[in-house]
Design a protein around this ligand. Sequence first.
Ligand SMILES: [Zn+2]
Length: 303
Amino acid sequence: MKKISTFLILIVNMAIAQAALDIQKVTDNVYALVGETTQRSPSNLGNNSTHGVIVTKDGVILIDSGASYLGAKEIHETIQTITNQPIKIVINSGGQDHRWLGNDYFQQLGARIIASSKTKQDQKVRVDYHLDRLGGLIKQSLDGTKPLFALETFDEKINLKLGGESLELYHFGAAHTVGDIVVWMPSLKIMFAGDVVFNDRMLGIGPARNTQSWIEVFDKMAEFKPEYIVPGHGKVSDLATATKNTQQYLVFLKTEIGKILENDGDMLEASKIDQSEFHFLTGHQSIAGRNAQWVFEKMEFDY
Ligand SMILES: [Zn+2]
């Protein structure tokens, strides 16, 4: 009997076990918290995303607050294994759920919450969609989540200072979402690229539906010649890797769809283009065909 109950306890514990965020140290005092590259799930609390952490002598700057109240709490608890400094600034790098639905948790701890003005608009427009979708995907892990829109906004550029560190925040245009920004740390040449860069998993064209603009935003980001890129998804990398995983894939889609349009081809042809060169990116089975269709739709409209 004892054996059976121990076994049952084990099963229950497994069922509620959280998928931990991997801590990837970038340099002294800079870390990436790397979530799963799979879909949002009850165990990952919606955090299928990468988050940036900068520890200064006056507190922590966090890039992206997580997809839920519990997701934010998990991020906070992970940061507490690195430092006991308080979270002073939270930056929302874009308008997707995992970039901002944990804002309320961190605001209660006294953090400033900053985003581009386009992102704040996007948060307002898509909040109901995000909560509906997350309810289906992460279920009870959404409990306690209260959407809090960014409290401070900027249009194109803002400088932030905390504890002797300086950051430059840039909104160059739409990428994965309409308000995506990149966060540049000049002292260490680190770029927190949010959803402008997807590593390890295949990007989704996203709600902004503007491949050309995303390529331009990526190229402006690349002009800084970052030594390290903390992406929106996947592991920290150099610029060459980020270029291969994100920019080259976008250019590939644009080029291939362009050829189809020139030959009066249709959407069906678009969904059949050979994307095997990018099959090293996880999740390609579910997203590659849709990406091609979305790019076709937009380019056909502009043609
Ligand atoms: Zn994302």
